[in-house]
Design a protein around this ligand. Structure first.
Ligand SMILES: [Zn+2]
Ligand SMILES: [Zn+2]
Length: 350
């Protein structure tokens, strides 16, 4: 099989021919039909996260091994199954759940493999979908999608379930009040789609880029505010007609976290999703004084991915803008993401 591998951090991905793995036990081999390029691939490619205050989290120190085939938003056709696989069969088209844990620890047993301390995530710790074939360790991570378009469905494995899980953390609030969504990239547009599917009141979107703000309005945002405007805070308060009850920060920089926190009502909740990097900007006394909740949200679990697919099957989730590119355009796509030149999502296809 041909895979596009990260061989050295920050360097172009290399096309590599490797022997196609054959599934054993409960493994499944798929032919990749769609592999979304996610913003977190950019962090993997760079090899680190900015923790603020001059500190960086190095993925190498965290045990990430190179070479690695990235790609965690995958859909494909089953071409071979291991002898122990009973529930999936050759020919089925499936979405791949990538956030795989050890399967044995407390969070894994609770169904939150995405929070496991010994992660084996596809495209992060194990080879992913920037390839024509991909091996999945257990058939339960393959979710059949019937005749849905794999290119549209692939991003639900990361940007979809990530925003779905973040929205769930705001509970019934989303049906009662407009919320604030910071960031109108692939995640932001996905968040607007899923919010609509969940019966949400709507969202006021904040983004520093004019093209992305326009995309957000087109996707149904109630308003779109320039987060870099000197009076951004006042504009946000005016748009909400007061403080806001729930914020989802899909960027996660010091500036966006400050904007989101400052907009919160007493008793409001800020859900942090984005991994842009930086340090917390809040004055500590304001957290108790506002009785604010700040909750991190990292991808989503298998059950949430199934719930989201049910919403998609009902036709409730409007598709986000998707650009299709050949697998060989992986490096160029990561470069475009880094420069903020992509609206919506790019999905690589064979
Ligand atoms: Zn992702
Ligand atoms: Zn575990």
């Amino acid at each position: 099989m041909k895979s596009y591998q990260l061989v050295d951090y920050g360097k172009p991905l290399e096309p590599v021919d490797i022997a196609t793995p054959q599934p054993t036990g409960d493994e499944v081999l798929i032919e990749v039909l769609a592999a979304g390029v996610c913003h977190s691939d950019l962090h993997i490619w760079e090899g680190s996260y900015d923790l603020g205050g001059g500190k960086r989290l190095s993925l190498k120190d965290r045990g990430m091994q190179l070479p690695l085939t990235m790609g965690h938003e995958n859909a494909g056709k089953i071409v071979a199954v291991g002898p122990d696989v009973k529930d999936r069969k050759v020919g089925e088209i499936c979405l791949v759940y990538p956030w795989i844990g050890c399967g044995e620890c407390r969070v894994c047993r609770m169904g939150y493999e995405n929070l496991c301390m010994k992660p084996r995530c596809i495209g992060v710790h194990c080879d992913g979908g920037y390839s024509d074939h991909l091996i999945i360790p257990k058939s339960k991570y393959l979710l059949p999608i019937g005749d849905l378009d794999p290119v549209v469905v692939a991003p639900y494995a990361c940007s979809g379930v990530t925003t779905y899980s973040a929205l769930k953390k705001l509970g019934d609030l989303i049906k009662e009040e407009p919320i604030m969504v910071i960031g109108a990239g692939g995640l932001g547009l996905m968040c607007l789609s899923i919010l609509k599917a969940m019966g949400g009141k709507g969202a006021i979107v904040v983004d520093i880029d004019e093209t992305r703000r326009a995309a957000a309005i087109k996707a149904g945002a109630l308003a779109a505010i320039d987060g870099a405007a000197p009076d951004a805070g006042a504009q946000i308060t005016a748009a909400f007609g007061g403080p806001c009850w729930g914020v989802i920060d899909l960027v996660g920089s010091s500036a966006t976290a400050e904007l989101g926190f400052n907009a919160l009502a007493k008793g409001g909740k800020l859900v942090m999703v984005g991994l842009f990097g930086g340090a917390a900007p809040w004055s500590l006394p304001l957290i108790p004084m506002k009785a604010a909740a700040i909750e991190g949200s990292y991808t989503g679990n298998l059950a949430e991915t199934k719930e989201l697919l049910d919403l998609v099957r009902k036709g409730a989730v409007p598709p986000i803008p998707i650009g299709r590119r050949p697998m060989s355009a992986a490096t160029e796509t990561i470069e475009d993401l880094r420069k903020g030149r992509i609206v919506g999502r790019v999905v690589l296809t064979p």
